[in-house]
Design a protein around this ligand. Structure first.
Ligand SMILES: N[C@@H](CCC[C@H](N)C(=O)O)C(=O)O
Length: 283
């Protein structure tokens, strides 16, 4: 009999995910999901995308490699859209997907290598992240990190983001400080973190530290949050190319802070997990 633990590996700009049907995910404990995502003891990935296709509108659940659940993921949504296309469940016309962070609209373009997602509204209210900050916006929140003072803009894309503007992006700094920001008591559900260098009015460079995953090569919701924050601060125009170590995404904003993301997806493999990888675990 075929191994029922089937995972489909995709990546968006090197931010790699395993996609599985919910009937697969329900066979696994949270600890086993962490093992599946582990790069040394499991298959390895930046998270698990769980396809819940019971209703008329496909539902995506996003599990971080540490077992926590995220409300939204930009690369995750592009990958899930492409997976639905590969399964023959959608065609080249816009369709809806439900996430914990709200409903979005996706479009798999001709050739299926580029996907557009209307990610919804960027919100600046700290309560939306949540963040324990007074007021309706936190656009230049002072943060003390590594003995230095920084300024952050807080953004919710459905999931939380702390966007820190820098003069020159230093990826080593992202690795060193990202985890500290993620776990500041200010963020009761932790946060994703971006360090942003504005190149010009249509280009930004970002370094990313993801909640529950750590340093990643790219992030869609982070790109949306960083572009929205810079737009809010008046530093960029409506169309922004976000440059990350893994590649580029195009983010388009409007005056109401509705955010559209366009970028690539590639399929890597279909993998049958062997339960032997859980041998030394309970549950
Ligand atoms: N890689 C993602 C973000 C995944 C979720 C994030 N780690 C969180 O906990 O919010 C993206 O491309 O947006």
């Amino acid at each position: 009999m075929e191994n029922p633990l089937t995972f489909h590996r995709y990546h968006g700009l090197g931010n790699d995910y395993l996609v599985c049907h919910h009937s697969v995910a329900t066979q696994l404990t949270n600890q086993q999901i962490q093992r599946v995502c582990d790069r040394h003891y499991g298959i390895g990935s930046d998270g698990l995308l769980v396809d819940g296709d019971d209703g008329e509108i496909p539902t995506l659940r996003i599990i971080n490699p540490d077992g926590s659940e995220a409300e939204k993921s930009g690369n995750g949504l592009r990958i899930y859209a492409r997976y639905l296309f590969d399964c023959g469940r959608v065609a080249h016309s816009p369709f809806k997907v439900n996430t914990l962070g709200g409903q979005v609209s996706c479009l798999v373009e001709e050739g299926a290598h580029q996907v557009v997602v209307d990610m919804g509204e960027a919100r600046f209210n700290p309560a939306a992240l949540p963040a324990l900050v007074e007021g309706t916006e936190a656009l230049a929140l002072p943060l003390m990190l590594g003995g230095k003072s920084w300024q952050a803009t807080l953004v919710s894309m459905g999931n939380p983001h702390c966007v820190i503007r820098v003069q020159k992006l230093d990826l080593e700094q992202v690795r060193q400080l990202g985890g500290q920001v993620e776990t500041l008591p200010l963020f009761p559900r932790r946060t994703n973190v971006q360090f942003v260098e504005v190149v010009d009015r249509n280009n930004i460079n970002i370094g990313i530290w993801e909640r529950g995953a750590g340093y990643t090569l790219a992030s869609g919701s982070s790109s949306c949050a960083a572009a929205s924050a810079m737009y809010k601060l008046g530093l960029v125009d409506e169309q922004v190319t976000v440059h990350m170590p893994g590649g580029q995404l195009t983010i388009t904003l409007n005056k109401d802070f509705q955010v559209r993301m366009r970028g690539p997806v590639q399929k890597v493999a279909t993998i049958q997990l062997d339960k032997d990888c859980f041998f030394d675990m309970h549950g």
